[in-house]
Design a protein around this ligand. Structure first.
Ligand SMILES: [Zn+2]
Length: 268
């Protein structure tokens, strides 16, 4: 089994949400609840308030650096359209797309439209134009999809998708590879709620169960989704969970690979 780690970029700045959606008040409620239930420390609460003044809700640069030091290929999904709780502008996304490209990251679209082919196709064309890439994939924001989404993604020209959560091996839809993923940071740490609902130890235990299940079901590419937003001391449990997971996979001799290299292997 090899691991494919990928990162969804849901936020770039804090203020992109100001007066546009309800993310900020919900977030403030959430962090105070997490403090009251003993899931986060005063220090984390303080750091989260300083993030407002820094106006920074992404950790792309830090994550690429960490991944590079650990020989993990960085694979990102970034949006070129606004969606539910995702409000950064194309102008704010472009410099990051260019930086990721310069640093040899694999970049795909964090897809917003999932119900209408023309809208899906527009996002494909928009990203193709900005990135000047043509071998890119997609993961839908909030993994939203219906019966036709995957077919329409393939029709638009995406090379791969990783929206489906399932313990099955990659399969083809038209010319597109679907890479089901098995582990998502939020599902482990929020444990079915909208706030941190577990501690590091419990998060590790439930992750190990998922990895065991992947072994039992003979999964060749373990898909892991970790949001760059949480690669920060403001989210200590999330940060420590990611660092632990990488160490765990390394010590179990699990190789890291990105989607495009996995496709090359699959098509050999
Ligand atoms: Zn998302």
């Amino acid at each position: 089994m090899k691991a494919i780690i990928s990162h969804d970029i849901d936020h770039i700045t804090v203020w992109e949400h100001l007066l546009k959606d309800t993310i900020i008040p919900k977030y403030i409620t959430r962090m105070h609840l997490e403090l009251l239930t003993g899931k986060i420390s005063f220090k984390e609460l303080f750091l989260r308030y300083t993030d407002f003044f820094k106006n920074k809700w992404q950790n792309i640069d830090e994550l690429i650096t960490f991944n590079n030091l650990n020989n993990i290929p960085s694979s990102f999904f970034i949006a070129v359209n606004k969606g539910v709780g995702l409000n950064y502008s194309l102008n704010n996304a472009i410099p990051w797309i260019l930086q990721m490209k310069l640093r040899n990251c694999e970049i795909g679209v964090h897809g917003i439209s999932y119900e209408n082919f023309d809208l899906i196709n527009n996002e494909y064309l928009q990203f193709n134009k900005i990135s000047e890439l043509n071998n890119f994939g997609i993961r839908m924001h909030y993994v939203r999809n219906n019966n036709e989404t995957l077919m329409n993604l393939a029709k638009a020209g995406y090379k791969y998708d990783s929206t489906i959560n399932d313990f099955i091996n990659p399969y083809k839809i038209g010319n597109m590879w679907e890479f089901p993923f098995q582990i998502m940071d939020g599902w482990v740490i929020q444990n079915g709620t909208r706030w941190q609902n577990t501690n590091l130890q419990k998060a590790k235990e439930s992750t190990l169960k998922l990895i065991d299940e992947a072994y039992t079901k003979k999964i060749n590419y373990l898909g892991i989704d970790f949001h760059d937003r949480y690669f920060s001391p403001s989210f200590k449990t999330w940060l420590n969970w990611y660092v632990w997971l990488i160490e765990y996979l390394k010590s179990n001799k699990i190789e890291f690979i990105n989607f495009n290299s996995a496709i090359t292997e699959l098509e050999k």
